[in-house]
Write a protein of this length. Structure first.
Length: 902
RNA sequence: GCUGGGAUGGUGGAAUUGGUAGACACACAGGACUUAAAAUCCUGCGGACCUUAAUCGGUCCGUGCGAGUUCGAUUCUCGCUCUCAGCACCA
């Protein structure tokens, strides 16, 4: 029987399922290893070949670690709440739960075909009330905690109340208002990103360039009452925590930017003819003598307060104009300078000179204090503003070309700066703050860009809040009364009065009749602690038991896309730190090592149609000789870039009589790497590939495609290579294509063959550890090429089966069973390479003189360095052609430099 | 503009701390087997050149561009070009 993946793969998948081979429990005798894939959102389109890339990689690691004696946790589940299901529900009336369930079934079926070693007994789904009960629990905990700045951790609200006995005298509403300023989950009027088309608010990471990431709808700023998570006090811990993580520098850097720490000072500028003072934040207090004007954000409270009566009409007009400009317009013309003078002046803290106060939309209300001191000589934005309005530009740091542009460096000497003259700008920063502190008008200050996370969504398909309102004040439900299950509604749209869809639910209230919160949680809620739930997924008392938490700790290896860098990955870290603070989580960081698999792009194919004759298509190589238009063609009609003419003619009626201008009697298509999309006709499903080549070939091929973290186009032309490899391996082990049994021999294995086998053990082991799966696959190919037709002993086949199992588990399992084993190859221990076979029996000695090859020869293994030299010198003497020259001689043993003499 | 990656044959990609560049695979070409095709197996495959009847053998150039360090650079340093990704009025 030839290698027939379809028969063996189904068999072993059933075997694994029936015998629960991959079921994991806590086992104190073994070291633990937790490998997690980012769980997918089950969309209606199903999986394409890009999805399994990360899953296959993590599966290889899992199988490898198991063989090394680790107790491996490798679960999978579903990020099941989400916008697409809701929008589909709005269009069709079908309940999102129904669609989601169907999609999950499809995903599950597709994943099962790939032979992944998930422990499905731990499957979770974020839309399951038994799951989101614990999301609600965590939220309730956040409501009941505040961030204690002194202790630098979250503490119970009761602890805060003890420090404020005066609050007990307040009315319930006033007291709650105080508490809302501290609760980690709090309700506040906030400027939010409102998306009218989606009917909901969005988090900052869900908005890009003023458009929603999902759907690309315009987003505007609005003030709304929203639930938020106070993530900003965690900024410093989130930043510091990055240092210890084994994450790519790229993702760490993205998080650093997102947190946006900047160190500087806050300075109070007195306002002329007023007792008020204007507080600004600056990172360059050293340039304070270069201040020539101040700028307020248009949305700042000061803007109207400081408008003089003479300037009032101009200020009003400008503020009106700013309001009209949406976020998008503002981003669209960054270069445009606009602003207006308020008519008021501030007083310089050192020179006591008056400084005009302006309003400008390049200053943001939401950052710092919403006001700046402008130093045009040393800030490019202030420079542009000053040039536009002809304001003075006063250089205080030596260097640059102030006539042309702002000089922003801090490596110059201070000038025109009184007590700071002559200092380096970088050291003047500290000096300036000291002086300001003496005057009592300034202090050192650290600012973060990280904003609190807005946590309300005006949607149906999400976790309901565990919140009700008593006398108009928010309360959270106790854990015993959770979950608050998502109610049924007649339509998935906002109500006529503009309330979220939950406003349509009947009896949406607590058992005591208090109304429940109408908004739902955002997408990241369910994914922020799912890694803990997998540890103990059936627990109805807790998110996870102490015992399981202490055993599994956190995720050792997390694999998923880099697109979650500033969303899920930062929220999860925050969530975990909070759970750590309240004594639930055993560790502060959820994911020790993170690997971002590269996107697999689709490979689109094109045909070239004559503009003059829409029925004629020109082959790729000849297209320049004609005037043509490129059209996408379904990639299923194309093999190795050659078009199947028959299939193309049958594709659409208008191509029935298509004519072709061929090259070498064939039609060659053009190609390009693009996102996999239905509209480009380039989507490849893993099912198609499995049906034709089998799961093991798909697995090997996805790994062979290139480095895991690299973006790469899907290109089927190479798949034959790995398929041939498995066929060769089959023939090697079975003797020929027809044999049903193994072709075993007792002939001792040659030393050379042992060398190949042990090099394979060595290389594959190292490659898996380095996540260098593509070179591991190459090593397997070398191994089979070398050993094919020889080395057919039981021991060799056994070693090969164990090595191959992580990559091609079905093939390995079949081979293992035929070797007489009755248990899964998964349970076999990982082989160790014998160092004896890793060195060559004859050392290859290469002698170079002045970098040029002069001599090469072999010496017996074990020769000492001195012997090698002696042989080399003797041979050189015979050659006798080096006399009279200064030489540098290098001697290589097996390609390695051992020494050199001059 | 800022930050972080990347650039190696026709193609995807290999190359421990600097040490014989191009492993492995695809594509292509030639050959064997076959009535034929498929499959399989074998050979060649960066460029220029020398040598030869042809092999064998040998030389020079070659890892985006230009310098530098070094006996020796795909690898390290500096300066560019192009490209991918992220951030972007964050004071």
């Amino acid at each position: 029987m030839a290698y027939q993946p379809e028969s063996i793969e189904k068999k072993w998948q059933n075997y694994w399922a029936k015998n629960a081979v991959y079921k994991t429990g806590t086992d104190p005798k073994k070291p633990k290893y937790y490998v997690l894939d980012m769980f997918p959102y089950p969309s209606g389109a199903g999986l394409h070949v890009g999805h399994p890339l990360g899953y296959i990689a993590s599966d290889i690691i899992c199988r490898f670690r198991r063989a090394q004696g680790f107790n491996v946790l490798h679960p999978m589940g579903w990020d099941a709440f989400g916008l697409p299901a809701e929008q589909y529900a709005i269009q069709t009336g079908q309940h999102p739960a129904t669609t989601t369930k169907k999609n999950i079934a499809t995903y599950r079926e597709q994943l099962d075909k790939i032979g992944l070693s998930f422990d499905w007994s731990r499957e979770v789904s974020t839309c399951d009330p038994e799951y989101y009960k614990w999301t609600q629990w965590a939220f309730a905990q956040m409501f009941d905690h505040y961030y204690d700045v002194k202790l630098d951790k979250a503490m119970p609200i009761s602890h805060l109340e003890k420090q404020h006995p005066e609050w007990t005298k307040l009315s319930p509403a006033a007291r709650e208002a105080e508490l809302q300023n501290h609760r980690i989950a709090y309700l506040a009027d906030l400027p939010v990103n409102w998306c009218a088309a989606l009917g909901t608010v969005l988090a900052n990471d869900e908005v890009k360039d003023g458009l929603s990431v999902r759907g690309g709808h315009p987003v505007e700023q609005r003030i709304m009452k929203q639930w938020s998570l106070r993530i900003s006090p965690y900024a410093e811990r989130l930043l510091q925590g990055l240092e210890k993580l084994e994450w790519s520098e790229a993702v760490k850097e993205m998080q650093r930017n997102w947190i946006g720490k900047s160190v500087g000072g806050e300075v109070d500028f007195a306002i002329q003819n007023s007792t008020d003072s204007l507080r600004i934040f600056t990172t360059r207090p050293d340039t304070i003598f270069g201040v020539s004007f101040m700028v307020l954000a248009p949305e700042s409270d000061w803007s109207l307060k400081l408008a003089s009566s003479a300037q009032r009409p101009a200020v009003d007009a400008y503020l009106e104009e700013c309001k009209k400009r949406t976020e998008r317009d503002r981003l669209a013309d960054v270069k445009r300078v606009s602003g207006v003078f308020t008519g008021s002046y501030a007083i310089h803290p050192f020179t006591k000179k008056p400084i005009p106060i302006w309003i400008g939309d390049y200053v943001l209300g939401g950052y710092g204090t919403g006001a700046i001191m402008a130093v045009p000589a040393h800030d490019s934005r202030d420079y542009a503003f000053a040039k536009h309005f002809s304001l003075p530009i006063l250089p205080v740091v030596e260097g640059g070309n102030i006539e042309k542009e702002a000089f922003e460096a801090t490596d110059g000497k201070m000038i025109n700066s009184d007590f700071m003259n002559g200092l380096q700008a970088s050291s003047a920063i500290t000096r300036a703050i000291q002086e300001l502190e003496k005057l009592g008008v300034g202090t050192r200050k650290v600012n973060y860009r990280l904003r609190d996370a807005i946590f309300s969504r005006q949607r149906y398909w999400g976790e309901p809040f565990p919140v009700y309102y008593k006398d108009g004040l928010p309360k959270v439900l106790p854990t015993e009364e959770l979950p608050v299950a998502l109610p049924e509604v007649d339509k998935y749209l906002p109500t006529e009065t503009g309330e979220p869809p939950l406003g349509r639910a009947k009896n949406w209230q607590t058992k005591d009749g208090y109304p429940l919160e109408l908004s739902t949680m955002p997408g990241f809620a369910g994914s922020s602690a799912y890694y803990f739930r997998y540890m103990d997924p059936k627990n109805s008392k807790e998110l996870a038991s102490k015992e399981s938490l202490n055993y599994w700790q956190n995720v050792d290896l997390y694999i998923g896309g880099a697109e979650h860098a500033t969303g899920h990955l930062i929220y999860s870290r925050f969530w975990c730190k909070f759970l750590f603070d309240i004594g639930f989580a055993p560790v502060e960081e959820p994911f020790k090592k993170l690997v971002n698999q590269g996107l697999i792009q689709g490979r689109s194919s094109y045909v070239y149609r004559l503009k003059s004759d829409v029925n004629t298509f020109v082959s790729y190589g000849l297209r320049d000789k004609y005037d043509t238009q490129a059209l996408h063609v379904d990639v299923s009609f194309v093999e190795n870039d050659f078009l199947n003419l028959e299939a193309f003619r049958n594709w659409r009626p208008e191509y029935k009589n298509a004519k072709f201008i061929l090259e070498d009697d064939r039609y060659r298509c053009g190609s390009a790497a693009e996102k996999m999309s239905k509209s480009f006709y380039n989507v490849i499903n893993p099912d198609q590939v499995v049906a034709r080549y089998g799961a093991d070939t798909l697995r090997l091929f996805e790994m062979f495609l290139g480095p895991l973290e690299q973006f790469k186009p899907w290109n089927m032309s190479g798949i034959e290579g790995v398929y041939r490899f498995l066929q060769k391996a089959w023939r090697w082990t079975h003797g020929n294509d027809e044999s049903e049994t193994l072709s075993l021999s007792t002939t001792p294995v040659s030393e050379e063959a042992m060398r190949v086998l042990h090099q394979t053990i060595d290389k594959v082991t190292k490659d898996i550890q380095n996540l260098s799966f593509n070179t591991a696959v190459s090593q397997f190919m070398i191994c089979v090429n070398e050993l094919s037709g020889k080395a057919q002993t039981k021991e060799v086949f056994e070693t090969f089966a164990v090595l191959l199992a992580p990559f091609a588990p079905h093939f390995a399992e079949e081979l293992w069973a035929k070797l007489g084993h009755t248990t899964s190859v998964t349970l076999a221990p990982w082989p160790a390479a014998n160092p004896q076979f890793l060195v060559a029996n004859a050392m290859k000695i290469v002698v170079q003189v002045n970098g040029k090859l002069r001599d090469q020869f072999e010496a017996p293994v074990g020769s000492s360095e001195a012997e090698v030299f002696a042989i080399a010198m003797a041979r050189e003497a015979v050659q006798a052609q080096l006399a009279g020259k200064t030489i540098r001689k290098q001697i290589y043993v097996n390609g390695k430099l051992v020494n050199f003499v001059v």
